[in-house]
Ligand binder design. Structure first.
Ligand code: HEM
Length: 508
């Protein structure tokens, strides 16, 4: 102990900052993994913790106590019953730069106002109106894939599904068609991807030394790339300026937001009802940010799962062909009624939920099912662990769409399957995303089959940071489907002896 006084000033600061930090859950009588000085329990897997400590446990993100909850009754209270009273908000890192007033970051009444203004853009009626825009892009996607499939090229799936996803988002949000599918270096993709690059060092620093947060904020540090937010701000402003001089009435999400500014009524009411110019830019940027990567990653993982499970793909293609015979045009209502398609997409989102966890912060100390949750406690809902719990999902690592068949679906507790979150603060773009995913999948499978190749990584290494997604790009090949009146067969039939027959059709 003689060397203690000779520690450097920095070491003393670190030691003092962490003294007495890891007592919260001991005091509350909540079990959990033993924290390590400075790191807390960072790096301990939620699946492992759930197996060891049950449905509720406490951990530490560096210094910060974090309560993990997987108990369905507690989740009902946190996500739904007490959403508006105690659990309205997510954690706010404060380092949000220009996006401080975006809907997913906003808190309490401010969030409620933004959510109410944005929600009408995502009703079934509105999505149905946007369907033709989505179809324009899904058609481009299948056309672009043709030469790749014809030449039997190895395809990095994200290049195509990422472009489709961003083009759909930008067209529906502000009627901008950047044609990223034909132009992989489109600035939309570059900047949307930049928003996703999480500055891990900044995160660790603010987590270890929250005392410096105001200084970091003052110095303009942000989790969101400044150049990307500036790009989207410029884009929205340009689109708005072009519209100002035009008599042509556009109906997209941006225009709906602009229209809220012209609400009738006294000035103070307008301010409450309508969005400010800054809020409009933040929502437009955030919608692209929230929708792009999640949807693109899901499509890539759908392709991968189908390539690895050809019998599932075959069954899905049979359903597609009986719903839209002979590559017939995809229609909204029929698409939404496809049962096996829905099961396939649901199972992919179970196996690979893009958001690994949900977050809520307790506004006040509150008792939920005999567990006291102190004021300001961060509550996390580990979706990935829930979706991989063998008690809920036997053989959880297997891709089995029949878990979500019409019959089996009835037995699923809605608080155990949460790819889009739940309750009033769930994903605002859920329905939009499902339509966009299903449409692309159906159109691609009408024309091609996915196939694994030497370059396909099996099994996948998942990226431990940020969203759940593959660490390395997923590479697959496509096999062209040919149709004639009586049969469906694939270009490799002759070479690889791969033949897929539909029940109503004879093999060629
Ligand atoms: C497969 C695609 C998607 C998945 C899996 C997904 C998942 C999620 C999840 C888990 C949340 C948090 C919910 C909660 O805390 O309860 C969320 C929030 C959100 N999502 Fe999505 N999302 C997807 C696509 C989209 C799309 C296409 C949009 C926009 C059109 C979008 C916009 C948002 C927004 C704005 C929020 C914040 C809502 C709020 O705070 O009120 N998402 N999403």
């Amino acid at each position: 102990m003689d060397y203690l006084p000779f520690f450097s000033l920095e070491t003393w600061i670190l030691l003092i900052t962490f003294i007495g930090t890891y007592k919260t859950f001991e005091k509350l009588g909540i079990p959990g993994p033993k924290p390590i000085m400075y790191w807390g329990t960072v790096g301990r897997h939620n699946i492992e913790c759930a197996q060891k400590y049950g449905k509720v446990w406490g951990g530490y993100e560096f210094k910060k106590p974090v309560l993990a909850v997987m108990d369905p009754d507690m989740l009902k209270t946190i996500l739904v019953k007490e959403c508006f009273t105690y659990f309205t908000n997510r954690r706010n890192f404060r380092l949000n730069g220009e996006l401080y007033d975006a809907v997913n970051i906003a808190e309490d009444d401010h969030w409620r106002r933004l959510r109410n203004i944005l929600s009408p853009n995502f009703t079934s009626g509105r999505i149905k109106e946007m369907f033709s825009i989505m179809k324009h892009h899904s058609h481009k996607l299948t056309t672009c894939l043709h030469s790749k499939a014809h030449n039997k090229e190895v395809i990095t799936m994200k290049d195509f599904f990422g472009a489709y996803s961003i083009d759909v988002m930008a067209s529906c949000a502000f009627s901008v068609d950047m044609d990223s599918t034909s132009n992989p270096s489109s600035p939309l993709i570059t900047n949307a991807s930049k928003l996703f690059r999480f500055p891990i060092l900044l995160y660790i620093f603010q987590a270890c030394f929250p005392i410096f947060l105001p200084v970091l904020e003052l110095l303009g540090f942000s989790f969101f790339s400044r150049s990307a937010t500036t790009f989207f701000k410029g884009l929205v402003e340009k689109v708005r300026a072009e519209r100002n001089g035009s008599s042509h009435q556009v109906r997209d999400i941006l225009q709906n937001m602009i229209n809220t500014q012209a609400a009738n009524g006294p000035e103070h009411e307008k301010q409450i009802k309508g969005l400010t110019d800054h809020e409009i830019i933040s929502q437009a940027t955030m919608l692209l940010f929230a929708g792009y990567e999640t949807s693109a990653t899901t499509l890539v993982l759908l392709a991968y799962s189908l390539a690895r499970n050809p019998e599932v793909m075959k069954r899905l293609q049979v359903e597609i062909d009986s719903t839209f015979p002979n590559k017939g045009p995809v229609q909204y209502e029929a698409l939404m009624q496809m049962e096996y398609l829905d099961s396939v997409v649901s199972e992919c989102l179970r196996l690979y939920p893009p958001a690994a966890r949900l977050e809520r912060v307790a506004k006040e100390t509150v008792k939920v099912n005999r567990i006291t949750i102190p004021k300001n406690m961060l509550v996390i809902i580990p979706i990935y662990a829930l979706h991989h719990d063998p008690e809920l999902w036997p053989e959880p690592e297997e891709f089995k769409p029949d878990r979500f068949s019409k019959q089996n679906k009835q037995n699923i507790n809605q608080y155990t399957y949460l790819p889009f979150g739940f309750g009033p603060r769930n994903c605002i773009g859920m329905r939009f995303a499902l339509v966009m995913l299903k449409l692309a999948l159906v159109e691609v499978l009408q024309n091609y089959s996915f196939s694994v190749c030497e370059e396909t990584e099996i099994p996948l290494t998942m990226d431990p940071e940020g969203l759940v997604g593959p660490k390395n790009p997923i590479k697959l090949k496509l096999i062209i489907c040919f149709y004639d009146i009586h049969s469906i067969y694939y270009s490799d039939v002759l070479t690889n002896n791969v033949s897929i027959n539909t029940p109503t059709m004879a093999s060629s």
